[in-house]
Design a protein around this ligand. Sequence first.
Ligand SMILES: N=c1c2ncn([C@@H]3O[C@H](COP(=O)(O)OP(=O)(O)OP(=O)(O)O)[C@@H](O)[C@H]3O)c2ncn1[C@@H]1O[C@H](COP(=O)(O)O)[C@@H](O)[C@H]1O
Length: 110
Amino acid sequence: MSDFTLEDLEKIVAARATSGDPSSYTATLVEKGAAHTAKKLGEEAVETVIAAIGEDDERLASESADLLYHLLVLLHLKHVPLSSVMAELARRTAQTGLEEKAGRSRATSH
Ligand SMILES: N=c1c2ncn([C@@H]3O[C@H](COP(=O)(O)OP(=O)(O)OP(=O)(O)O)[C@@H](O)[C@H]3O)c2ncn1[C@@H]1O[C@H](COP(=O)(O)O)[C@@H](O)[C@H]1O
């Protein structure tokens, strides 16, 4: 099994974003900006849903990889480090998902 991590991919994305390499898809996405990348992320999310419902596991893994890659590019463009996302996920491990959801409703009802 590969020990490749999302942190590794985050570093690759950061390097390719500023590479100026015309063959880099990351550089192309970054050039088009956050709004374009967010739309691409949405498309990849839909493709992941379609794969989950009607396609095989290999296709689901492939679409999930596209989704995570585009999320990392968007986070890069918005200057949100992956460590912030991981910190938020780590914080949530202290409670169940439904407790966390109840906390969100309380936070937005004020
Ligand atoms: N993980 C990925 C990755 N996943 C998906 N993609 C690209 O995402 C695109 C998604 O395909 P779509 O059909 O949805 O989009 P498209 O039609 O090609 O693009 P649009 O014209 O619609 O914008 C494809 O071009 C894929 O190659 C990725 N491109 C790059 N990476 C990683 O980023 C690294 C650097 O890539 P470059 O920046 O291209 O050097 C690579 O070595 C990989 O590790």
